[in-house]
Design a protein around this ligand. Structure first.
Ligand code: ZN
Length: 503
């Protein structure tokens, strides 16, 4: 059992022996905890009874489960939002916090079952975790709310006994209206995505078009004038460490034309966050634009956002190369290295802030490059990879269900791929009939198979979601160990010190 000292305060006398109860012998071992005179633990599901919270001691305000027998002071409580709200008041480490400039990993989890696996991998490293991370788009596709996302993650970290800092990312917020459900649920990290306000046409436009765009910018909302902006940039050379960038008229008009409206939108979103929240962290992401963010554009965005009063801890430019879902980086590593080195120098010169890698799942070849050039001020976002590890678990444990999922994914890919950057061909994905059971996991080692399975998650959840979740619950230990092994690979490059700092 963990006897948790208050952080930073060493107990002066050995704690009294904890109360015990026979039912606690069944608890997830890492979940068992004693805090301020009460004992808390999670009990695994014993169908038809679901997972339960067991509390020995102060049971005030906790709703009981119907199987509760009021035995010897032990309360058995369902995993409801109301009971979790009570626990958050008592166990402060269940509340997400701010992570600052520390290297961090976002562990998106579309099914709400992956956090114990994430905890097992992260706790062996120095990387700080964001255990709750979901975009508005993912919530729509998975039918989950911000509250469910943060609650599922919190129960998961309670199950594994995580008591260090962690964050909760309201990912890819596009409108001020998107903020409220995340704020109400207690999210701490807000990713502002002004992508809809980026003028991609400016990227390749000629000078006369750029002049029109420049004149049509929303100058009053930018709290600026054309003359004042020219005075700040035109014919100037700026430098970030060893790198110099020169703003001639075309480059300035192009950067302003492409990102001017996006700047206004970020400032508006930031003001809305400030009105709603006390402490929060912000990421600015322009990763989902059609064209890469040049270093000069990065400089322009960051210095203009600063002028507009926006403060952020990380920024996601659109890097060179292709960041397709669930597969490694596609493009020249030499180009990426050069791009990352300049972006990182700018992030130090104008921040410091972290650089964020979106669609970061399985980009193993660029992690060491990102870590080295940012000097550890980096944020990696993953989401789909935990879903793919869920499918690997099903492929290993329940081949029949995996065959159904694979058949559905092959059929739906053509429709479902539309809103994603993917290039897989579903015809290259083996049909379920062509594979023996033992060969099923190999689909997850194949480029086309990974992308096809990745982007069809909405269809799979719609048609087979209940079966998939039931299968993962039946095989939860396999799911956690599968996830842990996969996240060990993700985390290796970001770990500042050798493992074992934490238990
Ligand atoms: Zn993104």
């Amino acid at each position: 059992m963990n006897h948790k000292p208050r952080r930073g305060v060493e107990p002066t006398a050995p704690p009294p022996p904890p109360p015990t109860h026979p039912l606690l012998a069944r608890a997830y071992p890492s979940s068992l905890i004693e805090w301020e005179g009460s004992v808390y633990a999670l009990l695994p599901a014993a169908p038809p009874t679901p997972k339960l919270l067991a509390v020995l001691g102060d049971t005030t305000d906790l709703a009981r489960h119907e199987s509760d027998r009021c035995e010897k002071g032990l309360a058995l409580c369902p995993l409801t939002p109301e009971n979790l709200a009570v626990l958050r008041q008592r166990l402060p480490w269940l509340r997400p916090g701010l992570l600052g400039l520390h290297a961090a990993i976002g562990c998106g989890d579309r099914l709400g079952l992956a956090t114990p696996g994430h905890v097992r991998a992260v706790r062996k490293t120095t990387v700080l975790p964001i255990f709750a991370q979901q975009s508005v788009r993912e919530n729509v596709r998975t039918g989950r709310t911000p509250r469910q996302v943060i609650d599922d993650a919190t129960w998961g970290l309670l199950q594994e006994g995580w008591s260090e800092p962690w964050g909760a990312d309201a990912d890819h917020l596009k409108t001020p209206e998107d903020i409220e459900p995340f704020a109400a649920a207690g999210f701490t990290f807000y990713t502002i995505d002004p992508g809809a306000h980026v003028d991609n046409e400016a990227h390749g436009a000629d000078v006369s078009v750029l002049l029109d765009k420049w004149q049509a910018l929303p100058w009053s909302e930018l709290r600026d004038t054309p003359a004042a902006m020219e005075a700040r940039y035109l014919d100037r050379t700026v430098s970030a460490e060893a790198y110099e960038m020169h703003f001639d008229r075309t480059r300035l008009y192009r950067a302003a034309g492409k990102y001017g409206r996006a700047l206004v939108h970020v400032a508006r979103m930031y003001d809305a966050l400030q009105r709603r929240l006390g402490k929060f962290e912000v990421e600015v992401s322009v990763d989902e634009t059609d064209t890469p963010t040049s270093p000069l554009e990065h400089w322009f965005i960051a210095s203009e956002l600063r002028r507009l009063g926006v403060r952020w801890v990380s920024l996601a430019p659109r890097y060179v190369g292709r960041f397709e879902k669930g597969v490694d980086y596609i493009g020249s590593l030499t180009d990426f290295r050069r791009d990352m080195a300049i972006h990182a120098a700018i992030a130090r010169a104008l921040g410091p802030y972290k650089l964020s890698l979106h669609s970061g799942s399985d980009k193993f070849s660029i992690y060491p490059i990102a870590m080295r050039h940012t000097r550890g001020q980096v944020h990696l976002k993953t989401a789909g990879t935990s879903y793919l590890e869920a499918l690997r678990t099903v492929a290993l444990a329940e081949p029949l269900l995996f065959r159904q999922i694979l058949a559905l994914a092959r059929g739906r890919y053509g429709n479902d791929r539309v809103s994603y950057h993917v290039s897989a061909d579903s015809a290259r994905v083996p049909t379920p009939e062509s594979l023996a059971d033992a060969e099923l996991p190999s689909v997850l080692e194949q480029f086309d198979g990974r992308e096809v399975l990745h982007v069809t998650f909405g269809s799979v959840l719609e048609c087979l979601g209940a079966q998939l979740k039931a299968s993962l619950n039946r095989n939860e230990e396999l799911y956690y160990t599968t996830l842990e092994a996969h996240f060990d690979r993700h985390l290796a490059a970001f770990n500042a010190r050798p493992p074992s700092r934490r238990k």
